[in-house]
Write a protein that binds this ligand. Structure first.
Ligand code: WT7
Length: 631
């Protein structure tokens, strides 16, 4: 094996892996002791497949572990170095956050929020988003954060499914120099919901908004409220949050995470992966609206009392130098971003990053989608100057935290560009075939997780049955991740993309079924199939195939525009296809299943392979001609 990338940070703790391999349950028991508990647990793991309860009987609070425990030693230490897209900046120390969170906890209480109630949060990347989440956690309310790029229809579903009494939003948010009018989107989303009692409005952009009787301003509510609110002593298994994510069928699923196990997973992985030290400045570019932001912007850095940069806007605004400017300005030492962002930066050449002083960097990370080896090498050489290990971290909304990643804070192993290397200690991954049998090295199979792990989702919100079917029915007592992977001769894992009908577009997860039903919702459309085709920057982009109802005669350009608009309104801009092809019929198997694999090959101009199961081969030739004409 090439030792070219064999750089580490001096750690080599072999005992930890040994312990984890011999008994993962007592291993996690030890890891949980790194947190502050109000009272200890009686049982480490209650595993009633597929339901796991970690640290049963233990009492804990996430907000207490993020804030209270640091007050004696770090109240003056910056927790958040916030940079607005428009150049605003603000620092919150651990002391400041402690006060703001307690005040906002009292605000929530004064509006009748109780333990177990759901609170939907629809805010841009501003510190108040994190403050609102920690305030929910403090009083035992369950936060439901919705990415601020989602449309009114998407947020409506999420508010409805979670039956949130309270919605927190802002007048607007900045994105690429423009104001996104979040409050207006909320007004549309909640107009039929009597169960929503209050809307809390943060004034961020000061754009004009319509005020209704439910609306209350953040600043008014915070003006006269006590700054002291003790953290609730919650069960370890108390739900911390719901986060909706796209799956293979229908509407997004409410992934439910609990408290004690989740925090244990985050505390340990943040230490092992990022080797976090008191002097570090951490910067994760993820929006808090996604799981990476929940886990590695909000909870993990704060558990460790770390200092981090939080950035509000687009990574390329006002130009391609914005990220490097931030790294230089704040002396960032640990940088965690996505392959899509890196591909974009790489395309604009080396001169831009080379004109900044990036010498404070000591560790680099990536997440969300497979990273191309050439992009990995560029990151390593041009950004890390061949002195920073790169951690390629594989995990999911459902896993809560990292599952496969190099761990420079724990051990030094040779890195391979494009591989996430090994599972974290205490987690057993297996690549299996259709029947659940482990496949030999270098053979592609399905990625599965063999044991429960502390960060794992508790269930899907009010849908235990779906939880069982989606993740635990393909293989008995074993978690099905939905990804293809292979394990090489050195035991390193390579993630090969989704094995199910979930698309990854610029690292964002989009369900084909959700998108197709949105398109079919238009009254001119009879049938639709969508798939992803490779893209230089985004990894994959969406193309859609649409069959119109009989007798519909409409200008295709007008209809394409209308469908784009519908997708943006029903889901959000991230789900917009690159191209819509209007075709006479879709390729189907004799049993009537749409062959998306074929569409993907046609769309990317590849050979189409085996068509023996196809019902009508002429469909393919026609589609090929249409695609050729339009490309
Ligand atoms: C899916 C999960 C992990 C938090 C952000 C995304 C893909 C994630 C990697 C990686 C290759 C990756 C997988 C996974 N994915 N990380 N390092 N290499 N693929 O969370 O939206 O729940 O998506 O993202 O396909 O299943 P998510």
């Amino acid at each position: 094996m090439s030792k070219k990338y064999d750089i580490g940070l001096g750690h080599n703790d072999v005992t930890l892996r040994k312990k984890a391999d011999s008994d993962y349950v007592s291993f996690w028991d030890e890891q949980a002791q790194n947190l502050s508990w109000f009272s200890p647990w009686e049982k480490i793991l209650d595993w009633n497949p597929p339901f796991a309860k970690w640290f049963v009987g233990g009492k804990i609070n996430a907000s207490y572990n993020a804030l209270d425990i640091h007050q004696a030693t770090k109240s003056d230490k910056p927790a958040i170095l916030w940079e607005g897209e428009n150049g605003d900046s603000k620092t919150y120390t651990y002391g400041d956050l402690f006060i703001e969170v307690q005040k906002f906890s009292n605000v929530l209480k004064s509006l009748g929020v109780q333990k177990g109630d759901r609170v939907t949060i629809y805010l841009p990347m501003v510190p108040e988003l994190l403050i609102a989440m920690l305030a929910c956690a403090r009083i035992g309310a369950i936060h439901n954060v919705v990415f601020s790029g989602f449309s009114a229809a998407s947020i409506k579903d999420r508010i409805d499914d979670s039956k949130s009494k309270i919605v927190i939003t802002s007048d607007g948010g900045y994105r690429r120099g423009k104001i996104v009018k979040l409050k207006k989107i909320i007004d549309d989303a909640i107009k039929d919901f009597e169960f929503v009692k209050h809307v809390i409005v943060l004034e961020r952009t000061k754009n004009e908004i319509t005020i209704s009787s439910k609306d209350k301003f953040w600043s008014d509510l915070m003006a006269n409220v006590s700054s002291s609110c003790d953290a609730e002593k919650l069960d370890s298994t108390h739900p911390l949050y719901i986060l909706y994510t796209s799956g293979t069928t229908g509407k997004p699923k409410g992934v439910l995470h609990e408290t004690g196990g989740y925090l244990t997973h985050l505390h340990s992985t943040f230490q092992w992966a990022f080797d976090i030290k008191d002097s570090d400045v951490f910067f994760c570019t993820a929006d808090i609206g996604w799981v990476t932001g929940h886990s590695y912007v909000v909870y993990a850095p704060l558990l460790h009392g770390a200092t981090q940069v939080m950035y509000e806007g687009a990574p390329d605004f006002p130009d391609m130098s914005r990220m490097w400017d931030i790294l230089q300005k704040y002396d960032v030492s640990i940088f965690y971003t996505t392959p899509t962002a890196l591909r974009m930066f790489m395309k604009f050449g080396d001169d831009i990053p080379n004109s900044f002083d990036l010498s404070s960097l000591r560790l680099l990370g990536t997440v969300g989608e497979p990273i191309n080896p050439e992009v990995w090498k560029w990151y390593y050489k041009i950004i890390g100057k061949e002195k920073c290990p790169i951690i390629d971290t594989w995990w999911q909304t459902e896993t809560g935290g990292m599952m496969i990643s190099p761990l420079p804070g724990l051990e030094t192993i040779p890195l391979k560009p494009g591989s996430g290397t090994l599972p974290i200690p205490g987690v057993k991954i297996s690549v299996v075939d259709e029947f659940g049998t482990e496949v030999p090295p270098n053979i592609k199979g399905y990625l599965t997780i063999q044991n429960p792990w502390p960060g794992m989702l508790q269930t899907l919100w009010e849908d235990d049955e779906k939880y069982k079917t989606v993740y635990w029915s393909k293989y008995p007592n074993c978690y099905y991740a939905g990804d293809y992977a292979l394990k090489d001769e050195d035991g390193y894992y390579w993630i090969l993309g989704r094995a199910d009908d979930v698309l990854k577009i610029a690292g964002h997860r989009i369900g084909t079924a959700e998108l197709e039903s949105c398109i079919v919702g238009d009254d001119t459309v009879a049938e639709s199939a969508v798939c992803g085709i490779p893209d230089e920057i985004k990894g994959d982009v969406i193309i859609a195939f649409v069959v119109l109802k009989d007798g519909i005669d409409i200008d295709k350009i007008v209809l394409e525009k209308k469908l784009f608009e519908k997708i943006r309104n029903d889901i959000g801009a991230i789900a917009t296809p690159k191209q819509i092809y209007f075709v006479p019929k879709l390729p189907k198997t004799r049993s009537g299943k749409i062959m998306r694999r074929l569409l993907k090959s046609i769309g990317s101009g590849e050979l189409i392979g085996d068509t023996s199961t196809l019902d009508d081969v002429s469909a393919v030739t026609e589609i090929q001609n249409i695609v050729k004409q339009q490309s």
